[in-house]
Design a binder for this molecule. Structure first.
Ligand code: FAD
Length: 420
């Protein structure tokens, strides 16, 4: 027996992309369920844990999970002396802590996060079946389920170019603050890396899938060589691996019947095809996917318009009509449309302070402006041009969202009297 549940947004995968998507959709007021087949956030770690600086200042998860700073990069080509790049800044993070931090933020924003929950099927209606027997219906499904995305497969957007990897964590003999990259003809379609993380280092190798069987012997051999050089210890503290998409971005959206499907992070093929780094783009694309989901739900009338969307509309109308920013008029219309009282304590207080400090002439002008909407001279043509541009944009959005098709389908159903 299946149990059906409905949410505004379903997010599949709670890696960085999914956690950020879920959080931003929830912050926009949507009801979000986010699931992951893992037992707990971020575990097991499948990552070399290097984050470039483009992300560092923007999210606190980097500071929360920071292990050490990286300053440079050394590139070793076969047995040649290395090429030094001194200005290669970044941060090594504890990836489990990083993912856990993002999930905690999603929960704070109101997301229902469930682990140990796997998506088994997506049917032709877009309903999502879980291993538990539950069926989730959501007008928007976000696929943040990694390189071999099941959600991507449901809309025929699949990562073809993959690199397979193997990584060991080993003791580091001396403190080190550069990332080492090893290139060799033997590492077909990939490279090996040594990334320091305090007293240990992640030593890994990626190759094209046809060379999977070479991974272990090649990585063992590099490990032995680095032990011989006195750089790392013999012991192996942990092992991991996984696939990395390197075939470039897939089409990140689609529809199944009237549902919107969005992909982000590795599911959308967004890792860097040369370096394999994908944490930053997972965070950025996930956040955008969540915001887009929320906006789409409002545009299609699945959920009421948020106050910020109403404010944008009122503000734009006002500018187009008069060519002037009239705060008082905009505020009044915004409060009316969002059914809020016009006289609120803070407005009265602000009014009193303005009245106490503004010169009489300006107060008179403001009074007149309240009664007769002031217009910028010769604004009419510019206003009409902006209106035309806005209409064009809206027509494009309607086309992209297939709104007109949906409306005409609904109209046909109504006239034929056969709702299906
Ligand atoms: C060995 C290795 C080293 C790497 N090193 C780096 C690095 O140093 N720096 C860097 O920037 N990037 C690195 N990457 C890439 C980086 O890890 C990914 O780009 C990043 O994790 C993408 O985030 P994501 O949220 O899109 O996907 P993921 O982090 O893969 O999250 C996807 C989630 O979806 C869940 N899931 C999948 N299928 C289902 C299903 N059917 N039902 C429910 N849940 C599902 C998974 O359990 C997983 O938690 C590395 C990758 C590997 C494999």
């Amino acid at each position: 027996m299946d149990q059906r549940k409905t949410f505004d947004v379903l997010v599949v995968g709670l890696g960085p992309a999914g956690a950020c998507a879920a959080r931003s959709a929830a912050q926009a007021g949507r009801g979000v369920l986010a699931i992951d087949r893992k037992q707990a956030a971020g575990i097991p770690v499948q990552c070399a844990e290097f984050v470039p600086p483009m992300l560092s200042p923007t999210i606190d998860a980097v500071s929360a999970a920071r292990c050490q700073t990286i300053q440079g990069m050394l590139t070793f080509v076969e047995n040649e002396p290395p090429d030094h790049k001194n200005n290669f800044p970044g941060v090594m993070v504890d990836r489990a802590q990083f993912d856990q931090h993002l999930v905690a933020k999603a929960i704070d924003a109101g997301v229902e996060c469930r682990f140990n929950t796997v998506v088994t099927t997506v049917d032709t209606e877009g309903s999502v079946y879980l291993g538990s027997g539950e069926v989730i219906d959501a007008p928007v499904v976000i696929g943040a389920d990694g390189p071999r995305s099941r959600i991507g497969r449901a809309i025929n957007s699949v990562n073809h170019g993959l690199v397979v990897t193997r990584q060991i964590t080993v003791p580091l003999c001396d403190p080190y603050s550069a990332t080492d990259v090893f290139l060799s003809a033997n590492y077909c379609g990939g490279y090996a890396w040594l990334f320091p993380r305090g007293a240990v280092a992640n030593l890994g190798l990626g190759v094209q899938p046809g060379k999977l069987k070479d991974l272990k012997p090649l990585l063992d051999s590099l490990h032995r060589e680095l032990v011989k050089q006195g750089r790392v210890g013999e012991g192996i503290l942990s092992r991991t691996g996984g696939a990395i998409p390197v075939g470039g971005m897939r089409v990140p959206h689609g529809t199944i019947k009237e549902r919107l499907i969005l992909l982000c992070g590795d599911a959308a093929g967004l890792s860097n095809p040369i370096t394999g780094a994908g944490i930053s783009s997972a965070v950025v694309s996930g956040t955008l996917a969540g915001e887009s989901a929320a906006a789409w739900l409002e545009l299609k009338g699945h959920t009421p318009k948020s106050p910020s969307m109403v404010f944008d509309e009122v503000f734009t109308e006002q500018i187009i009509a008069t060519g002037k920013i009239e705060e008082g008029r905009t505020l009044r219309r915004f409060l009316q449309r969002t059914e809020q009282p016009l006289l609120q304590d803070w407005i009265i207080e602000m009014g009193k302070r303005v009245l106490a400090h503004l010169p009489i002439k300006m107060l008179v002008k403001m009074g007149i402006a309240g009664a007769v909407a002031p217009r910028t001279r010769r604004w009419a043509r510019a206003g009409a041009a902006i209106q035309e541009y806005q209409d064009q944009q809206q027509a494009e959005h309607r086309k992209a969202l297939k709104l007109d098709e949906l409306i005409s389908m609904a109209e046909q159903e109504l006239t034929s009297g056969s709702p299906q």
